[in-house]
Design a protein around this ligand. Structure first.
Ligand code: AMP
Ligand code: MG
Length: 316
């Protein structure tokens, strides 16, 4: 059920239910972080492994500080520059944060979402909420309330329009004076380095031990997906398949072999491409194509984040 009734959503959360909420990144499935049974419901509803920790959403830096043992100087700088916004900071947790939320890590992932409705809701609550994306484990992330309803028809979902960033938050952790990048996201490396200097990229598939849950396969449509700098070359080798093409800023071929052409960003900006990425995958999946061929973006700025998501969507 999709609703605009914030009071109803608040009551559901207070009663230990999970609800769908909008954020600027993707829609989340939210629960009270201080209610362990509600946290369990997030994992069971998503079929998410318990080893994959949750991101805690707070209303203020003060509320974030109430959950951690330490807030390093560089974390302060980044929070004051990017919060509310799509930046998640991994910080040492205090005992208010249960091991269920952190999947037994000594740290907790925290951010302030930059979405009017999410902030309004957080300000009505006297607890922070955990809110991973509102999709079954490994499926395409939701950027519209209707995507969430398709996945979880029974759930109360707060209407919040189409997500403006449209891609998950960037995740950083801190090691001494070093800042580590654990997940590419809606804020680019370049933007972060402009605030704190050089950071270390730890996003490789083999560093899942420092960022649990970063599985190679993720964000996947039900059909096959190939990402390439040479989509026309890939297309030339395909036969007997219903093909959907996902172009960056323009359609480069109008072939009878292609059932659906979609353009991620007519304006040519990475920001627009990120905002449309998951929505386009949902639409192509609805069209019933057997194969999606994606044009790889230049690998800088948000282009890196978008390529990362399509690579994981392509992984078997
Ligand atoms: P999401 O699924 O978008 O809510 O993001 C959750 C992701 O944040 C997890 O899959 C981890 O990669 C990362 N994460 C959350 N908590 C921690 C933590 N304590 N340490 C390292 N990474 C974390
Ligand atoms: Mg997710």
């Amino acid at each position: 059920m999709i609703t605009t009734d914030l009071t109803l959503i608040k009551q559901q959360l207070e009663q230990g239910e999970v609800v769908g909420i909008p954020t600027e990144t993707v829609y989340g499935i939210a629960a009270n972080i201080f209610d362990e049974q509600a946290i369990d419901k997030i994992f069971s509803t998503k079929k998410r492994p318990n080893s994959n920790p949750l991101i805690v959403h707070v209303k203020s830096i003060e509320q974030a500080k109430s959950l951690v043992l330490d807030f390093p100087k560089k974390a302060e700088l980044l929070a004051s520059r990017f919060w509310p916004g799509p930046l998640t900071l991994i910080l040492p947790k205090n005992k208010l944060v249960s091991d269920k939320v952190s999947s037994n890590q000594p740290t907790v992932a925290i951010r302030i979402p930059n979405h009017e409705k999410a902030l309004e809701l957080l300000n009505m609550l006297d607890f922070p909420i955990a809110a991973p994306s509102a999709n079954p484990y490994n499926r395409i992330s939701p950027t519209r309330s209707s995507h969430v309803e398709n996945y979880f028809p029974q759930m109360a979902i707060l209407e919040g329009g189409h997500c403006t960033a449209g891609v998950e938050s960037t995740i950083l952790s801190f090691e001494g004076d070093n800042v580590l990048l654990l997940r590419h996201g809606a804020i680019s490396i370049e933007e972060i380095e402009a605030v704190v200097g050089r950071i270390s990229d730890r996003t490789a598939f083999d560093s899942t031990h420092i960022s649990p849950g970063r599985s190679k396969k993720h964000y996947s449509p039900l059909c096959d997906l190939i990402i390439s700098y040479e989509p026309l070359f890939v297309l030339s080798a395909i036969q007997h398949k219903k093909v959907g093409m996902l172009w960056f800023n323009q359609v480069k071929i109008d072939s009878p072999k292609v059932s659906v052409n979609k353009v991620l960003a007519p304006s040519g900006t990475f920001k627009e491409a990120a905002a449309n990425m998951y929505d386009s995958l949902h639409q192509l999946e609805k069209e019933g194509v057997d194969l999606i061929i994606v044009e790889r973006l230049p690998n800088h700025g948000l282009g890196r984040t978008i390529n990362d998501r399509f690579e994981r969507a392509a992984a078997k």
